[in-house]
Every structure is written in structure tokens, then in C-alpha cells.
Design a protein around this ligand. Structure first.
Ligand SMILES: [Zn+2]
Length: 336
């Protein structure tokens, strides 16, 4: 295995896609423009970089770039004169950036020399930038291959989409995701919950920042355990433990998702006979297991309904603390 970081990542995360690109390079089948679409952390940039290396590498072994020769190294370090990157300058990719790129390319333009450009966060192109780029894709001066990278192809102009080959990157396999979670020192008991909350490694890593995930999980567990005991302290948990964790819209949604998941665990244990390692709140299995015996089906279904409504209220911008408090009161009165 190569020690080139991009090559390694591409082969580990997306072996099918990257090999498809190696084959196309080998057969001189490559199109002018590709839109690589998928969640953050699924290896889009690594595939673009590896395919670019395959185009320039002087030492290919079985269609694969070596990752070590001068060409490969310069591409990896972002120093190759014929490989150019564009990424957002602040909030957007501006038309001037595309113009500069075009000017640079035409200056360097030795007729017929291969050039690659890689656009990171392509959905952040302004309309002008996209249009300017479009002309470039349409009338490539010489051999140009472009990789547009995006986490959301729905935000890319249809005119751009229609002129690129769209490659949808699948989410990472469960096992790969587990391995990566292990690397960021996550407790294995939390893998199921993390995977329910996100299928992006990037988001999983952000959740682990400043111990946010552990604090949020323990706040939701406390809230749930008070509810199991029909204790009105569940109500105060919201103000004291949960609200301090709310920093933005995202954190609100993750808290609601966690609350929903713990009630889904109740359903799974009650009706699907889920065992400890199959639920999201693995550490709370014994509590959940004894509470499902106590609670009637009708009440459990009503509570799930209340939780789903709580999720809906999020979209109408009501005060978050009010939403959680009224949801908690509704659940407690359902249990009485
Ligand atoms: Zn090489």
C-alpha cells in the first residue's frame, strides 16, 4: 500500500470509484468535467487527487499512480503547475477567482498540455462564477479535466450539472465508519447512536468537539430516566442540563434526534426484541428493558407521536426551551 495520503484514503474509502477513474485514465476515456457529489468525509477530494495523479504519474503500477514520483508529490503538495485548486474565498467562490484561473491557464498554455482544475465546495460558486466557468468547460483550450466537488448537488446550477458527469459517492460502509470512529477515540457503546445522528465522519468529529456529544447524551439520559420515574425533575433537566448545550440550530436538532432515538429504542426493545448491542443507548439498556415492561403499547405509541410533533415544531421556529418543556409535560401527563 502506498503511503500517499490521498491515494490511501481513496483506495480505503471508495475503491470502486477510484478504480473506475484509474481505468478511464488508462483507456483515455476521461470526460472534461466531473461533479463529485456526496457527504463530507466520503473521499471525494482524495478521489479527485488520485485520479489527477493517475493522469500525470510517470511510474504507474497496474494503472495505479505511484504516489511518490515527482509528479505525484507535487500534486499531493498542491505545487503542480498544471493542477489548480479553487475554493471559497470567504462565503463564496467569486467570478474573479474563475477569471484568474482562466488567465493563469492561458498564460501557461503550452498547446496540448494537460491541465486539471479542482473546485472545492463548488456549490458556493456565485452565479457569475458558475457562468464564467461554464464557458471554460464548454470551450476548453487544450486538454482540460475538471473535478467539481460538492456536498450538495441540488445547489449546483442545472447548466453546470448538464455539462458534467455526476458521480454520486455512497456513504461509507458501516465497518469503515466504525474503524474511523475508533480512531477519534469514541466509546464503542456510542457507535450506534452516532451513526443514527449522522452518516458523515466530519459531523461525527464535530459532535465529539469539547465533549459536546457526551454531555448531550448524558443530559438526554437524565431527562429520560426522570420521565421513567414520572419525576417532574425531567422538566428542570431541560433548563439546567440541556439548554446550556444549545449553541445553534444544529445543536437543537441533534438534541431532538437523541430524544427521539431513545424512544425509538423503547419501541425496538418492546416489539423487535432488540438486544443491548442493537439499540442506540446501549448503556441504558437495563433501564429501557425494565421500562418497556411497565409501559403499555398505547402509551408508548402516544409518546412517540408527541416526540415526532416536537420535531415538527422545530421547523416553525418556536422558542426551543418552550418546545422541550411542553413536550416533557405532555409525555409526563401521558404516563400518569
Ligand atoms: Zn507517480
Amino acid at each position: 500500500m502506498s503511503d500517499n495520503i490521498f491515494l490511501n484514503e481513496a483506495i480505503n474509502k471508495q475503491p470502486n470509484i477510484v478504480n473506475h477513474f484509474f481505468n478511464m485514465v488508462n483507456n483515455r476515456d476521461l470526460s472534461h468535467a466531473y461533479l463529485l457529489n456526496g457527504n463530507s468525509g466520503v473521499g471525494k477530494k482524495a478521489v479527485a487527487m488520485s485520479s489527477t495523479m493517475a493522469l500525470f504519474c510517470k511510474n504507474k503500477i497496474n494503472k495505479q499512480p505511484c504516489g511518490k514520483c515527482n509528479e505525484c508529490r507535487r500534486i499531493t503538495d498542491g505545487q503542480h503547475p498544471d493542477v489548480v485548486f479553487i475554493q471559497p474565498d470567504g462565503q463564496s467562490i467569486k467570478v474573479e477567482q474563475v477569471r484568474t484561473l482562466k488567465a493563469e491557464f492561458s498564460k501557461r498554455g503550452v498547446e496540448g498540455r494537460l491541465k486539471v482544475f479542482i473546485i472545492i465546495d463548488a456549490e458556493k460558486m456565485t452565479e457569475n462564477a458558475a457562468n464564467s466557468l461554464l464557458k471554460f468547460i464548454e470551450e476548453p483550450s487544450g486538454d482540460v479535466v475538471s473535478f467539481l466537488i460538492t456536498t450538495n448537488k441540488n445547489m449546483i446550477l442545472p447548466t453546470i450539472i448538464s455539462r458534467t458527469q455526476v458521480i454520486d459517492f455512497p456513504t461509507l460502509s458501516n465497518r469503515f465508519f466504525d474503524d474511523e470512529l475508533k480512531k477519534i477515540k469514541t466509546n464503542p457503546n456510542d457507535y450506534n447512536l452516532l451513526k443514527s445522528l449522522t452518516n458523515s465522519l466530519e459531523t461525527a468529529k464535530n459532535l465529539m468537539n469539547d465533549d459536546w456529544f457526551n454531555k448531550a447524551k448524558s443530559a438526554v439520559e437524565n431527562w429520560f430516566n426522570y420521565i421513567c420515574k414520572k419525576d417532574y425533575c425531567a422538566f428542570t433537566t431541560i433548563q439546567i442540563e440541556i439548554m446550556p448545550l444549545i449553541t445553534d440550530k444544529n445543536s437543537k436538532q441533534q438534541i431532538i434526534n437523541m430524544m427521539l432515538q431513545i424512544w425509538r429504542d423503547m419501541l425496538s426493545v418492546k416489539y423487535l426484541n432488540f438486544q443491548k448491542n442493537e439499540i442506540d443507548f446501549v448503556d441504558d439498556f437495563s433501564n429501557i428493558d425494565s421500562f418497556v415492561i411497565e409501559i403499555s403499547s398505547i402509551k408508548l405509541i402516544s409518546i412517540i407521536q408527541i416526540m415526532l410533533e416536537c420535531n415538527n415544531k422545530m421547523s416553525i421556529n418556536l422558542n426551543f426551551q418552550n418546545i422541550l418543556e411542553s413536550t416533557t409535560l405532555e409525555i409526563l401527563s401521558e404516563l400518569r
